[in-house]
Design a binder for this molecule. Structure first.
Ligand code: PLP
Length: 369
C-alpha cells in the first residue's frame, strides 16, 4: 500500500470483491444480493463501491435517503436502488431518479400514492416494510388487508418486495426472539402473497443474519457491514478483509518534560519525560473525543501509540516514547493491521460508528479500481 502525504482513507476494492464472494458463498446461488451503500457506503466512497458491486453482479443497492440515491443515479449507476427511509418531501426526486421507496406506514403509502398518481405512474415498484419487533419503521401485520386493497385499486404502484429487519441478528442470546421475528415475517409475507395474487421478493437478513440465520434468506439478503470487511463476530471477521484503511502522517514530534502537559485542558500530564507525536486528524475527521485520554491508539512503524490528552478538532497527540519514528512517518488509525472493530471497542462503540464517522474532509484513495 502506497505512502500517504496527508490523512487518507485508502479503499481496496479487491477486499470488497473478496467480501462479496465470501458472503455470496453463504447463500444459495439463486438468492438475490442487495448491497447496502447508505451513508457514503459506510463512510467509504459510495460511487466507487456501488460501481464495483454492479460489476460483481449484485442485484440491488440500498441507501437510507433519497439524496443518496440521486448521487448514485448522477454517477450512472443502473441497478435498482431501494431507499430505506424516504420522506414525502423527496418523492419528486425519488420518482425522477427511478428510486424505489420502502413504504413503511399508512401515512407514507397514501402520500406516495397521491404523488405517483399525479405523475401518472403505472406499476411503480415499491417495497413494503413490516415491523416484526424493532419498533422503528414498518407496518404491522394488521395492515396487510389495507395495503393489498390500496395496491389493487391503484394501478400506479406494484409491490416488488416485502421485507423486515432483525433486532439482534448478531446476538446468540436473542436467538429465540430472532426466530420469532422470522416466523412472524413468514406469516405476514405468506398472507401478502396470497392476497395480492403474486409473490413479491421477500428479504429479512442483514450481514449477521446471513451468518446466523441462512435458513431465512428467502429470495434476497441485504448486506452492508460484511461487504466492508466486518462481521460482528471474530470468526466472521477472520474470513473478511477490511476495505478501508485510515492513515495519516506525523506532523511534529515533541519532547515532553516531567509535569508538562499535552493538549487542551492539560488532560495529559507527564509523570516522566515522554515523546509525543502530533497527527493531522481530529474529531472533525471522525475520531471522536471518546478515543482520547488513552482509550484509543494508532499504529506507527508497527507499534502501538496511545492517544494522549483530549482529541482536538483537527489533531490528536499520541505517545511515541518507545517508538523509533520521525516527522513524516506514517500512522495507521485502523485498517488491515488493527481493525476498526478493535479501535471502536476501546471506546465502547461498534465498527459501524467509527467507519461512518469518517468525515468528507478526509481524502479517499481507491485502489484496484
Ligand atoms: C443498514 C441496514 C442493513 C445492513 O445491515 P448490516 O448489518 O450492515 O449488514 C440492512 N437492512 C436495513 C433495513 C438496514 O437499515
Amino acid at each position: 500500500m502506497s505512502k500517504v502525504g496527508e490523512t487518507t482513507l485508502v479503499l481496496d476494492l479487491l477486499a470488497l470483491t473478496h467480501n462479496y464472494n465470501v458472503l455470496r458463498s453463504k447463500i444459495d446461488p439463486d438468492t438475490k444480493f442487495l448491497g447496502v451503500v447508505k451513508a457514503f457506503a459506510y463512510g467509504s466512497d459510495m460511487v466507487a463501491i456501488a460501481k464495483r458491486l454492479e460489476e460483481l453482479g449484485a442485484d440491488y443497492l440500498a441507501v437510507a435517503y433519497v439524496s443518496e440515491g440521486v448521487l448514485l443515479r448522477e454517477s450512472n449507476i443502473k441497478l435498482p436502488i431501494l431507499v430505506l427511509h424516504p420522506l414525502a418531501s423527496n418523492f419528486d426526486d425519488l420518482i425522477a431518479n427511478q428510486l424505489e421507496p420502502s413504504i413503511y406506514s399508512i401515512n407514507i403509502l397514501n402520500q406516495f400514492l397521491d404523488r405517483a398518481k399525479e405523475k401518472k405512474q403505472t406499476d411503480y415498484p415499491i417495497h413494503i416494510k413490516f415491523n416484526t419487533g424493532l419498533n422503528r419503521l414498518g407496518f404491522s401485520e394488521a395492515d396487510v388487508d389495507f395495503i393489498v386493497e390500496k395496491t389493487k385499486e391503484n394501478g400506479c404502484i406494484k409491490i416488488k418486495s416485502v421485507f423486515s429487519h432483525l433486532v439482534a441478528s448478531e446476538d446468540a442470546n436473542e436467538r429465540v426472539f430472532s426466530l420469532k421475528q422470522i416466523s412472524s415475517f413468514k406469516n405476514i409475507s405468506d398472507a401478502m402473497t396470497e392476497k395480492l395474487g403474486y409473490g413479491p421478493i421477500r428479504h429479512m437478513l442483514n450481514t449477521s443474519g446471513i451468518i446466523n440465520y441462512p435458513e431465512a434468506q428467502f429470495e434476497m439478503v441485504r448486506s452492508g457491514i460484511g461487504l466492508y470487511g466486518y462481521g460482528n463476530q471474530a470468526e466472521v471477521d477472520a474470513q473478511l478483509q477490511p476495505v478501508a484503511t485510515l492513515k495519516t502522517i506525523i506532523s511534529q514530534i515533541h519532547e515532553i518534560g516531567l509535569d508538562q502537559s499535552v493538549g487542551y485542558n492539560r488532560a495529559f500530564k507527564a509523570t516522566s519525560a515522554i515523546k509525543s507525536a502530533t497527527l493531522p486528524i481530529g474529531h472533525a475527521d471522525g475520531i471522536g473525543r471518546q478515543y482520547g485520554k488513552g482509550k484509543g491508539f494508532v499504529t506507527i512503524n508497527g507499534e502501538k501509540a496511545p492517544i494522549i490528552g483530549n482529541v482536538c478538532m483537527d489533531m490528536i497527540m499520541v505517545d511515541v516514547t518507545k517508538i523509533d519514528c520521525q516527522e513524516g512517518d506514517e500512522a495507521i488509525i485502523f485498517g488491515s493491521e488493527k481493525s476498526a472493530e478493535q479501535l471502536a471497542s476501546m471506546a465502547n462503540t461498534i465498527s459501524y460508528e467509527i467507519l461512518t464517522a469518517i468525515s468528507q474532509r478526509v481524502k479517499r484513495e481507491v485502489l484496484n479500481q
